[in-house]
Design a protein around this ligand. Structure first.
Ligand code: SAM
Length: 303
């Protein structure tokens, strides 16, 4: 478990304290369209990489917002882990209540960036897909944590298996920061703000002191309010290579959306999930701006 006072502990507390509001209250959220868009994007990612009968490892699974997506993908077994024990309990309840529960599951309350997962896993299945949605960036506090995270990602992943995820797009964050006047170190809109004061940024904004532990403050309406480390992409890709992972693609959400829409089944899914009106997402330009903060990635574990 994480130590009281550590940053990992603060992150766990933050997520544990977020109330489980249920489907009805979620519809009232000011960022409901953004949530629907993110859910559509994760559905596409999961549909592209998970196959029937797969064994899946969901690290940083939260309250189990992706359980239905795994059910639809017809997986055989789910290994779920998160540092926030309260969130994990809510996920267990959701799992028990699933209408289409045709897969088995095991749950582990664990600091996935500080402790080894392998000895805890009950199953002997090889893992086909590892998923880390909106959570991997917290490992980039230090190289040690990033390496423990990658060890956990790859410890049971079979050769040819996939590692998929979504994280803030550091290049986009830095681009938006540099578009501000020289003495302004924060930006945002009515839904989010990001503040790089105290992030170890050079005064002329040309670089950072280290590829790890560059913490900006992130506020997203109704969702997140805590410090987050920037993921220096080249560092991440190089480190992933040390664990046998080869990049298939990485795409900012805006580009991911445009490319996925070229496939009719994903456009239909977008309609079914009520994300679109016409050919653009049914979001304000401010919400669309928030979507552009993120990127999606997929790696394969080489033979
Ligand atoms: N993946 C879920 C989703 O897409 O709905 C939850 C995403 S939530 C924004 C981030 C999650 O990362 C939280 O549940 C948090 O507890 C988890 N997390 C952060 N640091 C972690 C760590 N060191 N080990 C395991 N989980 C962690």
């Amino acid at each position: 478990m994480s130590h009281p006072g550590s940053r990992a502990h603060l992150v766990a507390e933050h997520y544990n304290q977020r109330p489980e509001v249920g489907v009805v209250r979620r519809q009232d959220s000011r960022i409901i369209r953004l949530r629907s868009f993110n859910n559509w994007l994760k559905s596409v990612l999961i549909h592209r990489h998970a196959r029937p009968n797969d064994c899946v490892l969901d690290l940083g699974c939260g309250k189990g917002g992706d359980l239905n997506k795994w059910a639809k993908a017809k997986i055989r077994h789910l290994i779920a882990a998160d540092i926030a024990a309260v969130s994990l309990d809510q996920m267990k309840d959701r799992y028990q209540a699933l209408r289409d529960r045709r897969f088995s599951a095991e749950f582990h309350a664990l600091d996935c960036y500080g402790e080894e997962l392998a000895p805890l896993i009950e199953t002997h299945f090889a893992v086909d897909v590892v998923s880390m949605q909106f959570c991997m960036h917290y490992a980039f506090e230090s190289e040690r944590k990033a390496r423990i995270m990658l060890e956990n990602v790859t410890c049971r992943l079979r050769h040819g298996g996939h590692f998929i995820g979504t994280i803030p797009d550091a290049n986009m964050l830095v681009k938006r920061l540099r578009a501000q006047p020289d003495d302004v170190f924060a930006f945002g809109n009515e839904f989010y703000w990001i503040d790089f004061t105290n992030a170890g940024l050079q005064p002329d904004k040309t670089g950072f002191e280290s590829p790890y532990g560059t913490n900006y403050m992130f506020h997203l309406e109704d969702a997140v309010d805590c410090p987050e480390p920037l993921v220096h992409w080249e560092t991440f890709e190089r480190l992933a290579g040390d664990y046998g992972l080869r990049l298939l693609y990485k795409e900012n959400f805006h580009r991911f959306y445009r490319r996925a829409l070229q496939e009719p089944e994903y456009e239909q899914l977008l309609q079914r999930m009520r994300v679109v009106g016409g050919h653009a997402p049914d979001m304000s330009s401010e919400e669309w701006d928030v979507a552009g903060i993120y990127l999606a990635f997929a790696f394969v574990k080489d033979q």
